[in-house]
Design a protein around this ligand. Structure first.
Ligand SMILES: NC(=O)c1ccc[n+]([C@@H]2O[C@H](COP(=O)([O-])OP(=O)(O)OC[C@H]3O[C@@H](n4cnc5c(N)ncnc54)[C@H](OP(=O)(O)O)[C@@H]3O)[C@@H](O)[C@H]2O)c1
Length: 353
């Protein structure tokens, strides 16, 4: 669909602002059976990790060079974790790692290039360490409403979902050998405010009929939530948990592809109803480290608490999550390790080898 540029400029910032503000009034309830925390949307990553000693623990944080990923790496490293942080540029990853206090290791990862994802995972595996926390944080949001494809696949879906899908698959056995591996997937509430009404567009993953950056971003973020949901089921009976989250609206570089009007719109939303970077990083760090969540899996979190989103959305759609993983496996088959989800028996073998 061709969009008139002036109309786009006039409405882009406003529509983003509107969708995010409307989301504040969404109907959500606390998810049953999951420990409630006293932390809120105003808690910071430092507060939620206060007193937690992460010495000897290993965390992998994708997208460590700016925004939420950088703050996540900084705080986890300050609590003693050895943090492996990724960027598309090894120079930027090195600079980011050097600029925080603690033990950090830079790695190169371009989620839009599946060979790069495999190489990065292999370089981490070569470190021969268990992974206690795998934080799938890196993300892309387009600007300009011009659909882009990577190897014939819609760019948001590739970077935000499929790249991480392969990355998790190839690192699973490192999580299995950790005392209690945690996968934390940084999604977004656009998964229910801006995703297509029908959810994942299995018959039209490339948006042939209707495209906007926000629609495709929401679609990819719904894929994040559903992947987490399905993974939690596939990993049942293991010590690995998997949860997804919305960090809040934070003024980061996520708007790097926006035009100035849209950047202004996002800044307004962040200023009016958003969070500071320190607050926006709290839920990721809470999910990665809090002892009360050792067995919590398959949940979606906002403001450091698990929520169930009511109304017409696909956030908790089990059959859609199953189909998403099946389709994602088919698309990325050449890049997955043979044993996609190891069984308990194979884990025991792995631990003894
Ligand atoms: N900020 C918000 O309001 C908000 C709201 C909801 C959800 N989120 C989610 O929060 C996560 C972090 O976003 P942020 O706000 O901190 O954004 P950010 O400041 O733009 O950081 C994004 C990170 O992702 C990395 N990245 C971008 N494209 C990549 C690619 N193709 N392959 C690998 N890494 C890539 C970037 O590293 P390099 O450029 O160095 O590679 C950067 O470190 C994202 O998943 C985003 O969708 C953010």
């Amino acid at each position: 669909m061709k969009i008139d540029r002036r109309r786009f400029l006039a409405y882009a910032g406003a529509s983003l602002t509107a969708s995010q503000l409307v989301a504040c009034g969404e109907n959500k309830i606390a998810t049953k059976g999951i420990p409630r925390s006293t932390f809120t949307g105003a808690s910071t990553a430092e507060e939620v990790t206060e007193g937690i000693d992460l010495s000897g623990r290993v965390a992998v944080v994708t997208g460590c060079t700016s925004g939420i990923g950088f703050e996540t790496m900084r705080v986890l490293a300050s609590r003693g974790a050895n943090v492996i942080g990724s960027s598309r540029s090894s120079k930027r990853a090195e600079e980011a790692c050097r600029s925080v206090v603690g033990v950090t290791s830079p790695v190169s990862l371009d989620l839009g290039n599946f060979e790069s994802v495999v190489q990065c995972a292999e370089s981490i595996r070569a470190m021969k360490v268990p992974i206690d926390m795998l934080i799938c944080n890196a993300g892309y949001l387009g600007g300009g409403n011009e659909k882009q494809l990577i190897n014939g696949l819609e760019k948001h879906f590739v970077i935000n979902h499929l790249g991480h899908f392969i990355f998790v698959n190839r690192l699973l056995d490192r999580l299995f050998i950790a005392e209690q591996g945690r996968i934390v997937i940084v999604a977004s509430r656009t998964a229910y405010t801006d995703a297509p009404a029908d959810g994942i567009l299995f018959d039209d993953l490339n948006f042939s009929y209707d495209y906007s950056d926000l629609l495709a971003y929401g679609h990819s973020k719904l894929a994040n939530v559903l992947f987490s949901l399905r993974l939690s089921t596939l990993l049942q009976g293991t010590r690995i948990s998997c949860n997804s989250l919305h960090p809040g609206i934070i003024d980061t570089e996520i708007d790097r592809n926006f035009n100035p009007v849209m950047q202004f719109g996002l800044k307004m939303v962040a200023a009016l109803g958003g969070k500071t970077l320190q607050e926006g990083t709290a839920t990721s760090c809470y999910l990665a480290t809090n002892a009360a969540l050792a067995t919590t899996t398959g949940a979606y979190f906002e403001d450091c608490n698990a929520v169930t989103v009511l109304g017409k959305n696909h956030m908790h759609d089990v059959s859609m999550s199953e189909k998403l993983v099946q389709v994602s496996e088919e698309i990325t088959a050449d890049f997955l390790v043979d044993q996609k989800y190891p069984t308990k028996e194979s884990l025991l073998d792995d631990r003894s080898s």
